[in-house]
Design a protein around this ligand. Structure first.
Ligand code: NAP
Ligand code: F7E
Length: 322
């Protein structure tokens, strides 16, 4: 009999790639979607015939219980969150409700309905925050620098606590930044690739950015959802860092993106102090040795290829709209 999986956040970047992966493996996939006045399911439109969509919201415990009852999952992937760091300063309480308490509500629903299901929690490298040691691994101390990071740290520890308290098969993947042509346009890589393509097409002239010196470990989302699945196939539940081990600056993203289009980024990028964060995470770079060793996982797509693929996808998309 085919396995059954429930994905929260199925309409997001990672949810769409994970749904594709699980469907290709013969899973029956249920995706939790919340009510919105403007239904934006374009990332999973191509899966409409194979995905079962279930109504529910991380704010509403009853809806999560119903979703569990309908899906009767073998595996649950909690990818839903308010995931944009700047918004977490504007809406700190809502961020905590979705991103922190939402995890507890889902774990409680799982305990109530499907206690034998395996659980994946989308932890984030943002929990490392103001790092004192590099690279970061599973033993690195946490120091989150935004309400988002703090909310993710709560969700991380509640998942560990439910594993230790109730013996759940619950794992946290501490994933470093991962991107794709499906990345939200507000995140820096996609903002750069999309605006660079708009400039190339004469649709824009400048690109306003905040801290160009911030450094991150950027990988490809398609590689990272494979790691999520692998964590739930192990004999025992553990937490893993998932990262490429390479660090690049926002400035380097600009260089590569504009170069792909034959442009000089310095002629178009404008510093905007309003985009600088109240507390910045200056650098993050992960050590995924444990995942390599135990899961046999490694990234397939490197930084240059990732950014160039994103630029080409944006150029194709925008050209088709002109
Ligand atoms: P994303 O594109 O922003 O997707 C977030 C998803 O959460 C969307 O499907 C959204 O639904 C859903 N959602 C938000 N609030 C919800 C609520 N109250 N109830 C139900 N669903 C809700 O994020 P992503 O990049 O795919 O990331 C997936 C997860 O990994 C997130 O938890 C994120 O914080 C975490 N993470 C991401 C990265 C990264 O670099 N991408 C790294 C580490 C961790 P709507 O479509 O209705 O808005
Ligand atoms: O910013 C700098 C900004 O918004 C990256 C989320 O998926 O990854 C993501 O969080 C860096 C920061 O991602 C702009 O200050 C400069 O230092 O793309 P971002 P993030 O904050 O790292 C983690 C792992 C998650 O878990 C999150 O959910 O880029 N930056 N100028 C800018 N960033 C944005 N967005 N826009 C700018 O104009």
């Amino acid at each position: 009999m085919s396995k059954r999986a429930l994905i929260t956040g199925v309409s997001g970047q990672d949810g769409s790639y994970l749904a594709e992966l699980l469907l290709s493996q013969g899973y029956q996939v249920f995706g939790l979607v919340r009510r919105s006045s403007n239904e934006r399911l374009e990332r999973i439109a191509h899966l409409a015939d194979s995905l079962v969509l279930v109504r529910g919201d991380l704010l509403d415990h009853t809806s999560l219980v119903r979703a569990m009852e309908e899906a009767r999952p073998d595996e649950v992937y909690n990818l839903a969150a308010q995931s944009f760091v700047p918004t977490s300063w504007q809406e700190p309480v809502l961020t905590a409700e979705f991103t922190a308490l939402g995890a507890t509500r889902l774990l409680e629903a799982l305990r109530q309905v499907a206690p034998r299901a395996r659980f994946y929690q989308a932890s984030s490298s943002e929990i490392f925050g103001k790092v004192r040691v590099s690279p970061q691994d599973e033993r690195t101390p946490f120091w989150p620098r935004s309400p988002y990071g703090v909310a993710k740290l709560y969700a991380h520890w509640i998942t560990v606590n439910y594993r230790e308290s109730y013996g759940l098969f619950a794992c946290c993947g501490i994933l470093f930044n991962h991107e794709s042509p499906r990345r939200g346009v507000e995140f820096v890589t996609r903002k750069i690739t999309r605006e660079a393509a708009r400039i190339r097409l004469g649709l824009a002239r400048e690109l306003r950015l905040g801290n160009l010196e911030a450094r991150r470990d950027w990988g490809f989302a398609g590689d990272y959802v494979r790691a999520m699945w692998l964590m739930l196939q192990q004999p025992s539940p553990e937490d893993y860092v998932i990262a490429t081990g390479e660090m690049h600056s926002v400035r380097e993203v600009c260089e590569v993106a504009f170069d792909e289009l034959g442009l000089d980024w310095r002629e178009h990028v404008v510093h905007d102090a309003k985009l600088v964060r109240p507390a910045e995470v200056d650098l993050l770079v992960g050590d995924a040795s444990k995942a390599r060793r135990d899961l046999g996982w490694k990234p397939e797509v490197g930084f240059q290829q990732l950014i160039r693929d994103m630029v080409r996808a944006d150029l194709r998309d925008l050209s088709g709209r002109i």
